[in-house]
Design a binder for this molecule. Structure first.
Ligand code: C6P
Length: 410
């Protein structure tokens, strides 16, 4: 990897990376599960609690004004980060999962009827399957899935074309697969859906912190993301929704802040996006997310994307030299993760042995059980990268995996 691509100087911003695990320097390769947090984000959290802590949208005192302004500034910042048309199109949620559930429970319940089709893909995370199954049971709608082709893990786009011609009401698909590293052509697919009047939702859990995600370019109606996967705190996520849709949708949870007027028997709703944010929100984490978004844009999301691709390609090529390995996802143009399976060695054994060497991987079904079943494996091992990871860390992972294979006599 060329020197200009190396973002390893950023490692110093992440105090957690500078430690030994089981006596070995930590190699953190579980970034698809959650990213680490730079010191500026940790400082933003503690500064808020040290100086500004108050409830938002309620008080008239100075601390409440400060907290409210910082909270709403994050909404502006998130709108800019996603290139939404306005901050009103950004709803704060707990994360991708909650964003998708919100759409299912509001837009979905209001719009779906028996026989309507909810189109998903075979590579979706449980968060983009189960809420739709629950909705289908309540409304009588049906689920259909765009097939994934072979171990390369690309969507069957010809099949997608045909499936979109069924009476599809919603097409919900992931931007980047957390189990394969596939990057889906979401802009093309959303354009095809839009032509047929189909509403689209893009699961951006694995993309938002790793590349530019532009709502106008992607052209989706909804986009879901998690702050904790993009250098932000846990417990704060984003739902982008096209304004007309948010406006027409009923609220989800009832309570404080989501109303404009309450009587004993009737209430009127607040304007969007507040209509969808009942109760005291996650103020501190929202404010610290602003810092995380600034931090990512200061590095440059194009650089991060390039770094991800280079590192994942390097890892993929080195992994491919190991015996009895099955690699998942595309060989070229992949996102910053690699998923693999050793014949006769369970992923949990791989990950436990790697952990003893200080290398943090993830082994399991990655919340994509239907996809694992399709591939006939119960689990895979996964290394997922971020801009602070280095080729030296990939080399250490490969050494450890060779030792694992030797131990198991593979
Ligand atoms: N994937 C992983 O290790 P939450 O939990 O709401 O922040 O994100 C859910 C989610 C939704 N979609 C995709 C594509 C995801 O990858 C995830 C989270 C983690 O791969 C935990 S299973």
């Amino acid at each position: 990897m060329s020197e200009t691509l190396s973002l390893s100087e950023r490692r110093a911003d992440f105090p957690i990376l500078d430690q030994k695990v089981h006596g070995r320097p930590l190699v953190y390769l579980d970034n698809a599960a959650t990213s680490q947090k730079p010191r500026v984000v940790i400082d933003a959290l503690s500064n808020y609690y040290l100086r500004d802590n108050a409830n938002v949208h309620r008080g008239i005192h100075e601390l409440s004004n400060r907290a409210s302004a910082a909270f709403e500034n994050t909404r502006e910042r998130a709108a800019k980060f996603l290139n939404a048309k306005s901050a009103e199109e950004i709803v704060f949620t707990r994360g991708t999962t909650e964003s998708i559930n919100l759409v299912a429970q509001t837009w979905g319940l209001a719009n779906l009827k028996p026989g309507d089709v909810i189109l998903l893909t075979e590579m979706e995370h449980h968060s983009n399957i189960v809420p739709w199954q629950m909705l289908a049971k309540r409304t009588g709608a049906k689920l259909a899935f765009v097939p994934v082709m072979g171990d390369e893990g690309l969507l069957d786009l010809a099949a997608a074309d045909q499936l979109l011609d069924a009476p599809v009401k919603l097409f919900a698909l992931t931007h980047i697969s957390n189990a394969l590293g596939t990057v889906n052509p979401v802009a093309d697919l959303c354009a095809k859906a839009r032509k047929r009047g189909i509403v689209t939702l893009v699961d951006g859990a694995q993309s938002a912190g790793h590349r530019r995600v532009d709502m106008q370019e992607i052209g989706c109606d909804f986009f879901a993301a998690s702050g904790h996967k993009m250098c932000g705190p846990t417990g704060i996520g984003l739902l982008y929704g096209r304004h007309e849709l948010l406006e027409a949708m009923p609220p989800w949870q009832g309570g404080g802040d989501m109303i404009s007027n309450v009587d004993y028997f009737e209430s009127a709703w607040n304007k969007v996006p507040h209509k969808f944010e009942a109760g005291t929100p996650n103020i501190a984490d929202t404010i610290a997310l602003h810092t995380a978004l600034d931090y990512l844009d200061e590095i440059g999301r194009d650089r991060i994307e390039h770094h991800d691709l280079e590192l994942a390609s390097y890892a993929y090529d080195r992994l491919a030299t190991l015996p009895r390995i099955r690699l998942f996802g595309p060989a070229k143009g992949r996102a910053g993760l690699v998923s693999f399976h050793f014949a006769d060695i369970h992923a949990h054994d791989v990950v436990m042995m790697a952990d003893m060497e200080g290398v943090a991987l993830r082994g399991g079904h990655h919340c994509t059980q239907p996809l694992m079943k399709k591939y006939g494996v119960s689990s895979t091992s996964r290394a997922s990268f971020y801009f602070y990871n280095t080729t030296q860390e990939v080399d250490r992972m490969i050494d450890v995996l060779k030792a694992v294979q030797k131990f198991f006599g593979a």
